[in-house]
Design a binder for this molecule. Structure first.
Ligand SMILES: Cc1cc2nc3c(=O)[nH]c(=O)nc-3n(C[C@H](O)[C@H](O)[C@H](O)COP(=O)(O)OP(=O)(O)OC[C@H]3O[C@@H](n4cnc5c(N)ncnc54)[C@H](O)[C@@H]3O)c2cc1C
Length: 403
């Protein structure tokens, strides 16, 4: 079968890889280059066992502070856009214990499959991507948030997740000595020894090279313009240069733009962009840089070691399609990184970045053919804040839905 995959982020490229493994002929189309979207500078954490969904009942108690505090990690700029309002209402509706538990269970299963597939792929293809398996500490600054996290830990264990432990601040510093310099106290942490980290952009670039060497048609710098249909089938996609790519099946993996592209084919998808930022600094300080991935839950900032670099990523903004890198947010990320790891870098050369998480209200991705729309149009999108973690399992599920 000839499959046209739209989008060369981690979702599109892992899907294209899985499809070629199964003997399909594949064309990949992207308006820019591999990893030009959210996959280019994300938090780099492979969070296979700590999958707490954003839509959590705990949000209700945090909401006033999240909306009103000037230092809040959440920002909403209301738009004249029904899609934004509908998404927010659906998200709030999903913030209940039953949905959160159901989402956690499904994410754990998908993440476990992803780990297995990505481990096998790295072993097979020898991908250099600053991969590490140093574990993760999620830090909590209040006793209440630490207590809620311990409950989530018990739930994840009941649902088949890996071993995790609740540790004191002193124990967390023993696990990751770079934390001893932190300037702000925390109540405790959840430690997951099995978590990993890697550079998602390097994985995308490696996959693009491997796929090109296998002879797949990689069309970069080609904007999607329109669907060409016949009956209830897509026969081709029209590109910016006027060319049409024909195929037997089409897979939409365009991250946060997926809702608009799917809508033009008659498919409604609840995917909204949640903007975030990252900085990458060289670990060239005199002191310690962390090896273990760290999540500062109060600030909603994640840290991951990538070779001789440290990546810090965070913030959640509902600001429509505004992709501008805001200097103030970059400064906030830098201050938070320096507060936790004052000596890990000279902080002289900071690489700023912003990207959009393609998020569904529940946090569950949308994979496969939808009830409406053309019969040969497939979706692989909406992996949200866990898109790197879930990419390889999602690719397998998408490929299963094609056959
Ligand atoms: C700040 C931040 C931190 C994050 N941290 C983590 C983390 O630690 N761990 C984790 O697992 N996940 C994390 N994520 C989430 C993860 O980065 C995303 O879920 C994932 O990268 C989405 O991949 P994708 O391929 O679906 O989308 P993208 O990477 O956005 O790729 C979509 C591609 O489609 C192309 N495209 C879009 N529209 C068109 C069009 N009209 N025509 C042609 N091409 C088009 C784009 O050019 C792009 O290359 C984070 C995200 C952000 C923003």
């Amino acid at each position: 079968m000839h499959v046209c995959v739209l989008g060369a982020g981690i979702t599109g490229l892992s899907t294209a890889y899985e499809l070629t493994q199964r003997g399909h002929r594949v064309t990949v189309v992207d308006r820019a280059v591999p990893a030009a979207g959210a996959s280019g500078g994300n938090g780099a954490q492979l969070s296979y066992d700590y999958v707490q969904p954003l839509a959590d009942p705990g949000i209700w108690a945090q909401l006033p502070k999240l909306l009103l505090s000037p230092s809040s990690a959440l920002k909403i700029r209301p738009q004249w856009d029904m899609h934004q309002w509908t998404w927010v209402l659906q998200f709030l509706r999903a913030c209940n214990a039953q949905q959160s538990q159901q989402t956690t269970s499904q994410l754990l299963t998908l993440a476990a499959q992803s780990r297995e597939v990505f481990d096998a792929l790295r072993a097979r293809e020898n991908i250099a991507c600053d991969f590490s398996a140093s574990g993760k500490l999620v830090l909590f600054r209040s006793d209440a948030s630490f207590a809620a996290a311990r409950q989530q830990m018990v739930l994840q264990k009941q649902l088949g997740g890996a071993a995790q432990s609740a540790v004191t601040a002193a124990e967390a510093c023993a696990i990751e000595p770079a934390l001893v310099h932190h300037r702000e106290p925390f109540s405790g942490a959840i430690y997951t020894e099995s978590e990993c980290a890697a550079d998602c952009k390097k994985v995308c670039e490696a996959l693009a090279r491997i796929l090109t060497a296998r002879g797949i048609d990689l069309r970069l710098g080609q904007d999607f313009k329109r669907w060409v249909t016949s009956g209830n089938q897509v026969t081709a996609v029209g590109l910016g240069d006027g060319e049409e790519i024909t195929a037997d099946a089409f897979v939409l993996c365009t991250g946060h733009t997926v809702a608009a592209l799917a809508a033009s084919a008659g498919v409604r998808l609840p995917v909204y962009p949640l903007k975030g930022y990252s900085i990458t600094v060289a670990t060239d300080g005199q002191g310690l840089a962390p090896q273990v991935s760290i999540t500062d839950s109060a600030r909603k900032i994640v840290f991951a070691r990538l070779g001789q670099r440290l990546r810090a990523a965070g913030m959640v903004e509902l600001v429509g399609q505004d992709a501008l890198v805001q200097a103030r947010q970059i400064q906030t990320l830098q201050q938070a990184t320096q507060a936790l790891f004052p000596d890990c870098s000279r902080y002289a050369d900071i690489q700023p970045w912003a990207g959009m998480r393609p998020a569904t209200p529940t946090g569950l991705p949308i994979i496969g053919r939808q009830a409406t729309g053309p019969s040969n149009l497939f979706i692989n999108a909406g992996q949200g804040a866990l898109g790197f973690t879930l990419a390889f399992g999602s690719a397998v599920q998408l490929a299963n839905s094609l056959s």
